[in-house]
Design a protein around this ligand. Sequence first.
Ligand SMILES: Cc1cc2nc3c(=O)[nH]c(=O)nc-3n(C[C@H](O)[C@H](O)[C@H](O)COP(=O)(O)OP(=O)(O)OC[C@H]3O[C@@H](n4cnc5c(N)ncnc54)[C@H](O)[C@@H]3O)c2cc1C
Length: 271
Amino acid sequence: MEGAALLERLTAGATALGQRSGEIGGAGPERLIWRAATIRDVRPETPSAKTLLLGVPGWRGHLAGQHVDIRLTADDGYQAERSYSIASAPEAGQVELTIERIDDGEVSPYLTLDAMRGDMFELRGPIGGYFTWDARHRQPLLLVGGGSGLVPLMAMLRHHRAVRSRTEARLLLSARTQADILYRDELEALESDEVAVHITLTRGAPPPGWSGWSRRIDRAMFEEIAPAPEEQPSIYVCGPTAFVEEAARLLVELGHEPATIRTERFGPSGG
Ligand SMILES: Cc1cc2nc3c(=O)[nH]c(=O)nc-3n(C[C@H](O)[C@H](O)[C@H](O)COP(=O)(O)OP(=O)(O)OC[C@H]3O[C@@H](n4cnc5c(N)ncnc54)[C@H](O)[C@@H]3O)c2cc1C
């Protein structure tokens, strides 16, 4: 199906969902029930990414790093499902999703270009227990994100800030250009004795005055910023599959135990 036609179907479906939200629910573990989520607000993040602030009646909270599945239904019954990480800290008490547009994608263009305050779709979750971080974990934290792979890591950093954690946290973020850096102002504000933010830009010449790196992630970066393997850091890597595999390979090469490296791949998730 052509993108424009699908967008029309999904837009119509979101409205239809609003009219029949009373039907949502069902048997099974509570976190796997489809719930009606309403977009309360939309926050632009970059030219290609937006954050949707959602109202989800019955939401019982989440852990930093978890994700949700969302389901869009068109008038004719066509459905599309995708996974999105929760960007907000558990302490925020609400679900925020940051979606980066993939131009030839089916769902992300709808969520970033068409979806607006008041629109509804179905959501289930929170999902995932492996790729989560709790501030009670005291080992140094190393977060490695590629593009929108920053989203669940941001939930961890927001959690870190919300509970005033003294755990040492380091972020290595790979973004295409400076304009593509998600949560840029917030990342700057997070820099502190406990949190170090390192960014590398991978496309084109870096902007004048850029003090970060401008190349793909490599061994030298990890040698410079990663805690030593003996410190047994908790490591979280998230992003496109190739990025995740390369980061994990480099970390193992540097002596980190594979079991200490948690990975999440943002490959295609539709069925
Ligand atoms: C656990 C999990 C959490 C995720 N969290 C987020 C999140 O927080 N924010 C976010 O923006 N995305 C996230 N994703 C990716 C998201 O689920 C979708 O895959 C993405 O939005 C693309 O959907 P689409 O329908 O627009 O593209 P599709 O119609 O599914 O695909 C269109 C084209 O893009 C390619 N493609 C699909 N997904 C990606 C991708 N992620 N990167 C590069 N190319 C891709 C496909 O191979 C295809 O060629 C997550 C994925 C998983 C599995």
